[in-house]
Design a binder for this molecule. Structure first.
Ligand code: IFM
Length: 630
């Protein structure tokens, strides 16, 4: 997942909650007020997200809007979030929802918020209502964002509402947040779509290191803070027993053990520990002499992200970087910050850590809690007087990296008719024939989506009308039609303006459930203009490959030299299409494969592919789909 993240109160504007109440007495005394006026500018902001090319967007739902007073439910607000989800999906962006991101309705805060265990069910009710409304379209759900930050800032450092400074109260809040997370997780998983959706906790990992490496007191302090801020929470999810920070004993929490399908990691920095650390955020933290301070005064420390991954690794869960970013007003540190943290993430993945995604914090400059508008974290600059958004250089950098690395577009050749399918169809494109209750095209798109693709271009030949009304949940699907049949090559040339620089070419009548990642890796390392998947297990052969390269291809005449069969999923550089500048009818396989023989990389994979050109083969595919949950 390549993503960007925001939170409701920081961008929406016009909220009335515990934070808006607290703001006049906060450190900066700045009011969130209109914030980014996102509530009024939703569609414009969805465009900003789309423009970055990201595949995922993490946002939070403002509980105080949905339940402004006890027992009330604001349908209009619910619809607003539902429409946001639809707008994102229509653009091929997958939503990730956070159910609690620091803010509470005033009525709930007045009843004691997380200080009272009997309040938890109100929040869980809200969560289940939202899940009921959105889980048919939203797969990724975060229960609570950064419970340790909420607890520490609100109840120890006094910088977040309610501005308390009490370890005792902090302990109670921490315990109840863990209970709330566990209850929420169990409630959502028991609902319709619960098994399919992924629900997880988002943990801010703040690393603590000894200020003087030779000083045992500093080591002890760092270790204590690490346990209080990080490890007790992670251990809680792992074991089901939670010892709240500064607590003397651990508590068993019903449903806590294993209560996450993924672990969200928010990572920003490390702090250097001495017994005399600043307890107020406005005092500069200690840093190493070679480190660069961010605007927030804590240092940029990218390798810490790897340490954060190692810390949560023991949970044996997929890891998602649900936030990483930097406060940097003049945007001169952010490009480097992005590069370093992505480098660390890439290395971790290469070393086998199960990191599934990276969400940059934040999409745009916004209301940074106690700091007000003074800390700018956005990829887009926001002029808060005019609400104008401008992509920063760092935003351009992220955009370029995402573009170069996200799973490419799939291009599906869907123009062929089912002429050999007998009475079933003569004028229906094969890709629209139903197998196991859905058009084969839907199965193909579902698989591509599972492999991380979010954009599909479907080349409908001259049969475009037949596809009218076809939609897909979660993929942005674009149909392209020809005036008259152009053949496979002609169709690609005809759609050249819609092709991404690199795309995955699929055949609309083949279901080929292979893993795209190793195929894309093979393509990247081969440096070939085209990488073709080849199976060596097929009843006939149509090509000869040697040393990883395609040497000969002939789909009409077999040869005893042949040792493979084109299985149907290729990675193609757009330049291949552009070089063969021929208008009219031509065949992709018969033109490009011979022209590039000796240069096409071969990726060997024997996963069966299911073509359904004849009634017999269609029946086999039906049987396969009945048996296999793709
Ligand atoms: O802005 C915050 C966000 O709300 C939670 N994580 C840290 C960010 C930057 O401080």
């Amino acid at each position: 997942m390549w993503g960007v993240a925001t939170a409701s109160h920081q961008i929406e504007g016009g909220n009335s909650n515990n934070w808006s109440q607290f703001e006049p007495s906060s450190k900066s005394q700045q009011l969130s007020g209109e914030a980014c006026n996102h509530w009024e500018r939703r569609s414009e902001d969805v465009e900003l997200i789309t423009n970055l090319g990201v595949s995922h967007y993490r946002f939070s739902i403002e509980w105080s809007r949905l339940v402004p007073s006890p027992g009330e439910w604001d349908d209009e607000a619910a619809r607003w979030y539902s429409d946001l989800v639809d707008e994102l999906l229509a653009k091929g962006v997958q939503p990730m929802v956070t159910l609690h991101h620091f803010t509470n309705p005033i009525w709930w805060e007045e009843r004691g918020g997380f200080e009272r265990q009997e309040n938890i069910h109100h929040w869980v009710d809200f969560c289940t209502q939202m899940f009921g409304l959105l889980s048919d379209r939203v797969e990724w759900w975060c229960t609570i964002n950064e419970p340790a930050v909420y607890t520490t800032m609100g109840y120890v450092l006094g910088e977040f509402p309610p501005g308390a400074r009490s370890f005792k109260r902090a302990r109670t809040v921490a315990l109840n947040m863990m209970r709330a997370h566990a209850q929420c997780y169990r409630a959502l998983k028991a609902m319709n779509n619960g098994a399919r959706c992924k629900v997880g906790l988002v943990k801010n990992i703040n690393l603590f290191d000894p200020y003087r490496r030779w000083n045992p007191v500093h080591w002890a302090q760092a270790s204590l803070l690490d346990r209080m801020f990080n490890r007790c929470w992670i251990k809680g999810v792992k074991t089901g027993r939670f010892r709240p920070p500064s607590g003397l004993r651990s508590h068993f929490i019903e449903g806590l053990k294993g209560s996450s399908d993924f672990i969200g990691v928010n990572y920003y920095t490390h702090l250097l520990a001495t017994p005399f650390m600043p307890t107020k955020v406005e005092i500069d933290p200690l840093i190493r002499p070679w480190e660069a301070r961010t605007d927030f005064r804590y240092p940029m420390y990218a390798v810490g992200l790897r340490r954060a991954f190692e810390m949560v690794k023991g949970l044996d869960l997929p890891i998602i970087v649900t936030e990483n970013g930097v406060a940097d007003d003049d945007d001169d540190m952010r490009p480097e910050h992005i590069r370093r943290h992505l480098q660390i993430t890439a290395e971790a993945i290469a070393d086998g850590l199960d990191v599934r995604g990276f969400y940059h914090w934040s999409l745009m400059d916004n209301f940074e809690w106690a700091e007000g508008y003074d800390q700018r974290f956005g990829l887009y600059h926001v002029n808060f007087a005019t609400q104008q958004r401008t992509l920063k250089d760092s935003g351009k950098e992220y955009q370029a990296i995402v573009k170069a690395h996200r799973t490419p577009q799939v291009v599906i050749m869907a123009g062929g008719l089912g002429t050999r399918l007998g009475k079933m169809t003569k004028d229906v494109p094969k890709s629209l024939i139903e197998v196991s209750g859905k058009p084969i095209l839907t199965h193909i798109l579902n698989w591509a989506q599972k492999q991380g693709c979010h954009n599909a271009l479907v080349l409908t030949g001259h049969l475009g009308e037949a596809f009218e009304g076809f939609t897909h949940q979660g993929m942005s699907v674009h149909f392209h039609k020809e005036a008259s049949p152009l053949g496979t090559g002609g169709a690609l040339w005809n759609a050249r303006d819609l092709l991404e620089e690199r795309f995955i070419l699929l055949w609309g009548d083949d279901l080929h459930p292979i893993e795209y990642k190793p195929l894309l890796e093979r393509h990247a390392e081969s440096d070939a203009p085209l990488t073709m998947t080849v199976t060596q297990h097929h009843d006939s052969m149509n090509l000869h490959h040697e040393n990883g390269l395609l040497q000969t291809y002939n789909k009409d005449e077999a040869s005893s030299q042949f040792n493979g069969y084109e299985a149907g999923t290729s990675v193609v550089e757009k330049s291949v299409v552009l070089k063969n500048r021929v208008d009219g009818v031509w065949s992709w396989e018969q033109t490009i494969y011979p022209a590039l023989s000796g240069k096409i990389a071969v990726y060997l994979d024997d996963t069966p592919f299911w073509d359904m050109g004849t009634p017999e083969r269609l029946a086999l595919l039906e049987e396969f789909l009945e048996k296999t949950a793709l």
